[in-house]
Design a protein around this ligand. Structure first.
Ligand code: KG4
Ligand code: ZN
Length: 380
């Protein structure tokens, strides 16, 4: 089965062709046109600009995807498109493109929840376009830590396409907190990779960077910065990240009281703030995930969403699982498919199709008439 995936929920115009064969999902072509440079000037995604760029890019992105895979529209069996949640002007471009193609090509069409796509990025069986690796062996129940720019959730899955949200953020998503903290620190958009890169520069971690004096000064900078771990001891699986971002703002104001330029003049102070911010977020995420795992006994703990590209989160969660839950498997998406892409949407489309009755499959042939974009679509 060959699936065309389309994703336009935020600031990436993406299309992918994924082949499902013997239970494995191989990415044949994957195109992502990012608008980061356009939105960076504004410090975040501007919906009307995103829509304009999606309109400009959707046809070239689709064309490039078919060309890379050397396939024709007649070869595909299914179209899967993100229909929510996300920015409505952005979602409308992808869903309307998908509806038009489904009508013209007489193909079944499925609307996919964006987070379902992130989760199913873990089921893509290869680690790079055209590679040959095997289908991942993922056992249920799965406890999935979803960390993106719009979502922070702990989701329990007893079987495919079955989602129980056991905890979520009460305010900002963790990716959103990274982006807002980065803006406060003057690091630009998107904030996650910028903060992660600065944190990695902190000399006491990266010994090649400095001599002994510099290491001492980096240590001093680190001692100055202590940030809270919001809700870490609360007896539930919910999160809160807006206070962490505000704590960064207050810390920066306090430091700048006597020297406006202190973040740029004091050795590694900015790196130390980034390191502490990242560590505070990781500590809360890991603590709550392990506690949820102790209650629900999953066979697998899985990461999903854009923040799963964070190397420290990937490493530290892996170590925490190994030492606290040695019998639980740890499943990560390839970093290529951590951030928004359309291969993950095609993967989710495949699992939805596999679970559909003959009647539902026939209905999908007419979905071009009824499919709606929904900015607030719920997964469960
Ligand atoms: O899943 P995604 O691509 O889009 C949404 O569905 O929101 O996630 C984007 C989010 C942004 O907030 C971005 O700052 C964050 O993921 N992100 C990271 C990293 N790479 C992307 N956060 C921390 N560390 C990273 N390396
Ligand atoms: Zn996403």
């Amino acid at each position: 089965m060959l699936i065309l995936g389309i994703e336009t929920s935020c600031d990436e115009t993406a299309a992918a062709l994924v082949r499902a064969e013997d239970g494995a999902l191989r990415v044949l072509a994957d195109t992502v046109s990012s608008q980061i440079k356009i939105h960076a000037k504004w410090g975040g995604v501007v919906p009307s600009l995103a829509a304009r760029e999606h309109v400009k890019n959707i046809v070239p992105v689709l064309d490039a995807t078919f060309q890379k895979a050397r396939l024709m529209p007649r070869d595909i069996d299914l179209i899967a498109v993100t229909h929510g949640p996300g920015l409505i002007p952005a979602l409308l471009i992808g869903t309307n493109a998908a509806k038009t193609l489904a009508y013209l090509w007489h193909k079944p069409l499925l609307g996919i929840h964006h987070i379902e796509g992130h989760i199913y990025a873990n089921f893509l069986s290869e680690t790079g376009v055209n590679s040959q690796s095997q289908k991942p062996q993922i056992k249920f129940p799965i406890l999935c830590l979803v960390v993106s720019g719009g979502h922070t959730q702990l989701i329990l899955m007893q079987k495919h396409l079955d989602y129980e949200i056991i905890g979520e953020t009460l305010d900002d998503a963790v990716g959103e907190a990274f982006d807002k903290a980065a803006r406060i620190l003057g690091l630009g958009y998107p904030g996650g990779p910028a903060i992660a890169a600065k944190a990695a520069e902190l000399g006491i971690k990266n010994y090649e960077l400095g001599n002994d004096t510099n290491k001492l000064r980096a240590n001093e900078a680190k001692k100055l910065i202590k940030l809270p771990r919001p809700m870490i001891h609360k007896n539930n699986f919910d999160f809160s990240f807006s206070g962490l971002k505000t704590a960064v703002l207050y810390k920066v104001k306090e430091l700048q009281k006597n020297n406006k330029n202190i973040l740029h003049t004091e050795y590694q102070l900015l790196d130390a703030i980034c390191d502490e911010f990242q560590q505070a977020a990781i500590d809360v995420l890991i603590h709550k995930t392990l506690r949820a795992a102790q209650k629900y006994n999953p066979q697998t703990i899985m990461l999903a969403g854009g923040v799963s590209a964070n190397q420290e989160l990937r490493r530290q969660l892996g170590e925490a699982i190994k030492s606290n839950l040695p019998n639980t498997k740890y499943q990560l998406p390839d970093t290529t498919y951590s951030i928004d892409n359309a291969a993950m949407i095609a993967a989710a489309g495949h699992f939805r199709w596999e679970n559909m009755t003959a009647r539902e499959r026939t209905a999908a042939l007419h979905a071009w008439k009824t499919l709606q974009a929904d900015a607030n679509l719920k997964i469960a």
